[in-house]
Design a protein around this ligand. Structure first.
Ligand SMILES: Nc1nc2c(ncn2[C@@H]2O[C@H](COP(=O)(O)OP(=O)(O)O)[C@@H](O)[C@H]2O)c(=O)[nH]1
Ligand SMILES: [Mg+2]
Length: 291
């Protein structure tokens, strides 16, 4: 982990196969490419904003991610995180001009959190982060298993809110919104992201209702690491094919454009700033993230 005093720990958590590792790999690749995207597609406000940022891995993190990155640029997804493996750490510096955030991403394998005896100290680890990115996935059933992920999240939030209020900022991210049903609900039916979560993530509505009061700093995001394939008419279909037991991206090359990947982190950065700055500085600094 980074030794800087100004390091922020941002935890990423989600059930198995929700896309945590892919998220980190895709974000790094996307920010690297955003500079050239912003020249070729300069009307896109999001890309232009993101193109000013750099995401720099420490040498150790680079070593850890190298193999998976080589595969990812060819459209091949990371090996599933071993559910028995201890949490993995990735250290990055996010830089834009004079702004700098040292962030340790805790990639916590879903299942670890299920054991209520918490043998690997997950509650302390994730509960001690300044911000959390919780990745929701419509396909990983979080409620139906014998040990429910939502029960585990309940424990985590109770741990974080001993007095009934969660201090930390939480970005709830609905991932894989490239999927046809989610994409069309979001873009054609004008559904709000939180509505999509209630409707498409089994168990989420009940979970959220139970915690709504204590979650004072929560925000919803919709993201996709693979994006959609653009045709002259529209963004036609998800940029992904399933081949046997695995899947890969159809177009990992220059045409690849993920969807809104950086938004949750920019929002978390803004929240972290507003905790340490006085109100005057806060309004001056609040420029990273726009609704
Ligand atoms: N459709 C779609 N599938 C994705 C996306 N990101 C990841 N996946 C799929 O989800 C699987 C699990 O992703 P992974 O990052 O290994 O999940 P983790 O267990 O949370 O680290 C991948 O192998 C892909 O098949 C996405 O943005 N869209
Ligand atoms: Mg993983």
């Amino acid at each position: 982990m980074s030794n800087y005093d100004d390091s922020k720990y941002i935890g990423i958590w989600g059930p198995e196969r929700a896309g945590k590792t892919t998220y980190v790999l895709a974000l790094k690749q996307y920010l690297r490419r955003a500079k050239s995207y912003s020249k070729s597609q300069s009307q896109d406000r999001v890309i232009t904003r993101d193109s000013k940022w750099e995401m720099i891995a420490t040498p150790e993190t680079q070593g850890k991610l190298r193999q998976a990155e080589d595969r990812f640029v060819r459209g091949i997804f990371p090996e599933p995180t071993d559910p028995n493996q201890a949490p993995d750490y990735y250290d990055f510096t996010f830089k834009k001009g004079d702004d700098r955030y040292d962030v340790t991403v805790v990639d916590a394998a879903g299942k670890h959190i299920l054991d209520d005896a918490d043998p690997s100290g997950y509650l302390g680890l994730l509960g001690g982060c300044s911000g959390l990115l919780i990745l929701l996935d419509t396909k990983s059933d979080m409620s139906g298993t014998e040990q429910s992920y939502f029960a585990a999240l309940d424990r985590l939030l109770s741990f974080m809110a001993p007095e009934g209020r969660v201090r930390q900022s939480i970005a709830f991210c609905l991932g894989k919104v490239d999927q046809d049903d989610l994409w069309s609900a979001l873009h054609h039916e004008g559904k709000q992201i939180n509505e999509l979560c209630w409707e498409h993530v089994p168990g989420f509505a009940d979970f959220y209702e139970n915690h709504q009061k204590s979650l004072t700093k929560a925000h919803f995001f919709a993201i996709s690491a693979v994006g959609r394939v653009a045709t002259p008419r529209s963004y036609d279909r998800p940029n992904i094919v399933v081949e046997g037991p695995s899947s890969r991206m159809v177009d990992p090359d220059d045409g690849w454009l993920p969807f809104r990947l950086f938004d949750p982190l920019l929002w978390l950065f803004d929240q972290l700033d507003s905790e340490i700055l006085n109100p005057l500085e806060r309004s001056f600094k609040k420029r990273h993230y726009q609704e």
